[in-house]
Write a protein that binds this ligand. Structure first.
Ligand code: IPM
Ligand code: MG
Length: 360
């Protein structure tokens, strides 16, 4: 039976980078006889324009029925003024939550060819290979109550709530330990247990889960220190597991260690490894439509899709190898360009990866 892949290009540079990722996916589909059938729909601002909501019920139903989802990026100034509940980002949060995609894997790997694109010294980042495991369907992103209101004295006030239940912490901690087990066997749990009640529970539950993983070395770090350590000595980390908000922030920080957020893919998985795959970067409205965005994070998201949802290790490895070959050829989009390299646009980069994959 064919496997259904739902493609949601989204907003901003989303459609441009997705066009390239789809070329690569289609080639892999043919080359490795994967039996994938692709269908397309809208999410975010594009969905608001088409359906009047950032995630239409029919799109959600299609996403539920699909075997995996490939997503570009959502958001942009065009939709800044609409009411908060209809903003493009709400569509993204809703699809994550409705599909139970609680485990967000964000690798930060430095391609050796890009060592000079990092803002840190090459010796600090060379060989960097970190995996951030971010809890994605709980915490302050979804906590209730949340409210903006007017106080009696006429002052405006607003608040959010940061809840975590034991089971939510346990299942993401398990993902962290499982990932560490097949990598460098080191897990750093990041929290703010010196201040937050939710973090104190987080730490206690992670400790309990650790008893099942005696082969993994567990450490705990406060999030402020972790942010500092990531730029001081990032190679001390193997796998980091953390909550939704801390993971959002730390994964952006970690991405810069690798030269550009334009290189980083991600996977958001449910309890059965059904997943949605997307680049870590946003919709970059400032460069949308110019054909200069880096498609590699989305192309590498295709590789993660093959690896995590379909166990197609050979095809997944081949795509990563094709990306590496293209970097060897000296091709660079603007975000990863450095003197002496060949600057190319989005489509030329995608075509080069397709050619490299074809040659493997
Ligand atoms: C991310 C993004 C999203 C998030 C936004 C677009 C809602 O920053 O995937 O990291 O905060 O989760
Ligand atoms: Mg983010």
């Amino acid at each position: 039976m064919s496997k259904q892949i739902l493609v949601l290009p989204g907003d901003g540079i989303g459609p441009e980078i997705m066009a390239e990722a789809v070329k690569v996916l289609q080639l892999a589909n043919a080359k490795y006889s994967l039996g994938f059938e692709l269908s397309f729909d809208e999410l975010g601002g594009a969905a608001y324009d088409k359906y009047g909501v950032p995630l239409a019920d029919e799109t959600l139903a299609r996403a539920r029925a699909a075997d995996a989802i490939l997503l570009g990026a959502v958001g942009g100034p065009k939709w800044d003024a609409i009411e908060p509940a209809l903003r493009p980002e709400r569509g993204l949060l809703k699809i994550r939550s409705q599909l139970g995609l609680f485990a967000n894997l964000r690798p930060a790997i430095l391609y050796p060819q890009l060592a000079d694109a990092s803002s840190l010294k090459p010796e600090v980042v060379s060989g960097l290979d970190i995996l951030i495991v971010r809890e994605l369907t709980g915490g302050i992103y979804f906590g209730q109550p949340r409210e903006s209101k007017l106080l009696e004295n006429g002052e405006r006030m607003a608040y959010d709530t940061l809840p975590y239940s034991e089971s939510e912490i346990r299942r993401i901690a398990r993902v962290g330990f499982d990932m560490a087990r097949v990598r460098g066997k080191k897990l750093c749990s990041v929290d703010k247990a010196n201040v937050l009640a939710s973090s104190q529970l987080w730490r206690a539950v992670v400790e309990e889960v650790a008893r099942d993983y005696p082969d993994v070395e567990l450490s705990h770090m406060y999030v402020d220190n972790a942010a500092m350590q990531l730029v001081r000595a990032p190679k001390q980390f193997d796998v980091m597991v953390t909550d939704n908000l801390f993971g959002d922030i730390l994964s952006d920080e970690a991405s810069m260690l690798t030269g550009s957020i334009g290189m980083l893919p991600s996977a958001s998985l449910d309890a059965n490894n059904k997943g949605m795959y997307e680049p870590c970067h946003g919709s970059a409205p400032d460069i949308a439509g110019k054909g200069i965005a880096n498609p590699l994070a989305t192309i590498l998201s295709v590789s993660m899709l093959l690896r995590y949802s379909f166990s197609q290790v050979v095809a997944a490895d081949a795509i990563e190898r094709a990306v590496s070959l293209v970097l060897d050829q000296g091709l660079r989009t603007g975000d990863i360009w450095s003197a002496g390299k060949t600057k190319v646009g989005t489509a030329a980069m995608g075509d080069a990866v397709v050619e490299a994959l074809r040659s493997l």
